[in-house]
Ligand binder design. Sequence first.
Ligand code: PLP
Length: 334
Amino acid sequence: SINAFYTEIAQLLNAEPEEIAYTESATVAWVRAFFSIDFKIGDEIICDHTSYASNYIAHLQAEQRYGTKTVVIPANDFGETDVEALKTLVSSKTKLISITHMPTNGGLVNPAERIGEIAKEYNIFYLLDACQSAGQYPLDVKKIGCDFLSSTGRKYLRGPRGTGFLYANKRRLNEITPLNLDLHSAEWNSINSFQQRNSAKKFETWESNIAAKIGLMIAAKQINEIGIDRIWNRVTEVATYLRDELSKFNEITVQDIGKLKSGIVTFTSSKFTPLEMKKYFTENKINTVTPTLSGTRIDMENRKLDAVLRSSIHYYNTKEEIDTFVSLIKQLHK
Ligand SMILES: *Cc1c(COP(=O)(O)O)cnc(C)c1O
């Protein structure tokens, strides 16, 4: 039954099924969680330097609408969100810590668990964008200690387009009210009153794409059956192999930051733009993408990058495929 959607996603996150909501994208999940918080003038929202454009735009909107202030945690020497700096930024004004687990523009893995300890210590809402990590990394909401976690179906989970989900910690559900309640997320129980649903389903709407939801359920089931630890081991092994091969080229700079690195491998070339390389790889039947400045503007400006070439490694990619990719790069630079 369709309830398996909630048990499969809950298993993926070590959550309870009633803590899961189905949405039509990661962005929809994220904004519903974000705008359910009762922001007041002067409240501070702390976020990371690799914030995704859509999330940061919402932070700016909140400044305009509610008079909140956005505070960006600097990167440490490894390029990660600096947990020590975060400790100094937290105050009684902090309403939310909003973190990107893995950014869209590189292999960085932010220290989500250590940030969770601080959020818990100060009892601050913690919203984690796990868009790039769900399906490649072992997510455990109990270990991370987040109140909300959003993700998409279409990336490492390899589910259908137009799907996503939100995890909402059941202990926090009474403290928040989604802006877009309907007859599924709430009940009209007298002419002048309504009762919100007492589960993460209060972030859903009555109407949704059931076929796509089943597709995402099957995708999550497959990840659960293969085992996320095995997937993460394999992804990082193949991605490390690719980074090692790329570092042998004088003309190539691997652009991934952070100590721990994901399956997202990014690089630039001194001879070709990322778009030129992407076109060449497409002609040779290899899919890559080119994250640009405006997707993760703070980090890209910090590092003076306009764009990077991104190769997204999954568990089914082979070292032979990496060798083919690397020999194409060799040919291009010859
Ligand atoms: C892709 C991405 C999103 C948005 O996902 P959608 O499903 O397109 O809404 C959000 N955050 C990060 C870090 C992403 O990479």
